[in-house]
Design a protein around this ligand. Structure first.
Ligand code: AVJ
Length: 327
C-alpha cells in the first residue's frame, strides 16, 4: 500500500515536472519571452506572496478585507438570497482569510450552506480541511483539489444545490482582458439559473498607487518574480544567474494593464531541460499581468458573459469592488 502511494506521488511529480519543463521552454523560446504566473506559487512563492500582501504598498488585500469585515451582513444577505440551500464555492481559496468572516456570519445566521474551496494546491486544501472546522465549528466543508472548471463540474455532479461562486482578490486580473472575458463565459456555462458569483476586482485609480503596489520598497514583489527563476533552477536544473535579471514593473493607465517583466542585464545563455535559451542584453521576460478595470468595464464583462451585475460592494476608498453577478 505504502509503495503504491509512493509510486503514485512520484508519477504525479514526474508528470508535473514534464509539464513545467514544457511550459517554461515554450515560454522562453517564444518571442517575446514569457513565463506563466501560476508557477509563482511554490512554498517559497506562497510565503513571498504573504509578504507582498503584508507590505504597505499592496492595497488590494486590505481593501477587500475591509469589504468583508465591514459589509459582512449585506454580503451574506446577497448569498442567502431566497433562503434555498447552497454550496459556497471558492475558486483559488488560498488561506481563505477573507471568506472566513463571511463563513462565520453565515453560520451565526444558521444559513443552510456548505463551503466548497477549490484550489490547484492539495497543500492548501488539506490546510483548510484541518483548520477551518476548528475555527468555525459546525462548518460543512468539502475541499476539492484541481483545475477550477474540472472541479466546478465535479461540484455540480456531487450536488444539485444552488451555487454561489467566490472569485476574490482580483485573481481575474491575472488574465489579459480577452482571456478574462472567455473565463467568465465558461464560468457562466458551468452555472444555472439562480446561481451567483461574487467577483472581486481591483479598480483603476491613481497610477502611482497601482505601480507602487507592484514595486514595494522592501523588494517583496521583486523577490516574488526572481523566485520563479530560483524555482526553475532547483526543479528543472537550470542555471539562471539571478544577479543578471532585474524586476521591471509597469502600469499603463490607458489600458489598465499592470505588467511585470524581468530584464536581462547581459547577453547570456541559460540551460534547462536539455536546451539552451539565449538572452540578449535588455531583453525581457514578461512575467505577469494584473489587469485593472473600471466598474463599468466589470459590469460589461458580466453582461457579455450572460450574467446580470446586480450589486456592488466597495471599500471606503473605492479602490476595489466585490460585485454580485447573478445568472
Ligand atoms: C494574486 C494575481 C491577484 O496580481 O495583484 C501580487 C498577484 N503579483 N503582486 C495580483 C501579485 C504581484 C496578485 N493576484
Amino acid at each position: 500500500f505504502e509503495n503504491n502511494v509512493l509510486t503514485d506521488t512520484s508519477v504525479a511529480e514526474q508528470e508535473f515536472n514534464q509539464q513545467f519543463c514544457d511550459d517554461v521552454i515554450a515560454g522562453l523560446k517564444a518571442v517575446p519571452k514569457f513565463l506563466q504566473p501560476k508557477y509563482f506559487y511554490n512554498s517559497t512563492g506562497d510565503e513571498i506572496f504573504q509578504q507582498i500582501m503584508g507590505s504597505n504598498e499592496y492595497y488590494p488585500t486590505d481593501c477587500e478585507l475591509e469589504i468583508f469585515t465591514q459589509q459582512t451582513q449585506e454580503l451574506a444577505k446577497a448569498m442567502i438570497a431566497d433562503g434555498s440551500p447552497f454550496d459556497l464555492i471558492e475558486l483559488g481559496a488560498g488561506d481563505a482569510m477573507k471568506s472566513t468572516h463571511l463563513l462565520r456570519h453565515l453560520l451565526n445566521e444558521s444559513a443552510d450552506f456548505r463551503y466548497v474551496p477549490i484550489d490547484i494546491s492539495g497543500h492548501v486544501i488539506n490546510y483548510l480541511k484541518e483548520t477551518l472546522p476548528v475555527t468555525l465549528p459546525g462548518l460543512q466543508l468539502i475541499g476539492l483539489t484541481g483545475e477550477y472548471f474540472h472541479m466546478l463540474k465535479e461540484a455540480a455532479e456531487l450536488s444539485p444545490r444552488r451555487k454561489v461562486v467566490l472569485f476574490l482578490g482580483s485573481n481575474i486580473g491575472n488574465m489579459p482582458v480577452s482571456d478574462a472575458q472567455q473565463f467568465c463565459i465558461e464560468l457562466r456555462n458551468h452555472l444555472a439559473k439562480g446561481d451567483s458569483v461574487l467577483m472581486g476586482v481591483d479598480l483603476k485609480k491613481n497610477p502611482k498607487t497601482i505601480l507602487a503596489a507592484y514595486n514595494d520598497a522592501e523588494g517583496h514583489t521583486r523577490n516574488f518574480n526572481l523566485n520563479l527563476l530560483t524555482r526553475i533552477n532547483s526543479e528543472l536544473g537550470a542555471n539562471f544567474d539571478l544577479s543578471k535579471f532585474e524586476h521591471y514593473p509597469t502600469y499603463d493607465p490607458e489600458t489598465g494593464a499592470c505588467k511585470s517583466y524581468l530584464i536581462s542585464l547581459a547577453d547570456q545563455q541559460v540551460s534547462l531541460c536539455n536546451q539552451t535559451v539565449t538572452f540578449a542584453k535588455d531583453e525581457y521576460i514578461y512575467m505577469e499581468i494584473s489587469q485593472k478595470y473600471t466598474v463599468g468595464q466589470t459590469d460589461y464583462m458580466a453582461s457579455v458573459s450572460g450574467f446580470k451585475p446586480v450589486q456592488h460592494f466597495f471599500d471606503s476608498k473605492n479602490w476595489f469592488v466585490d460585485a454580485i453577478w447573478t445568472v
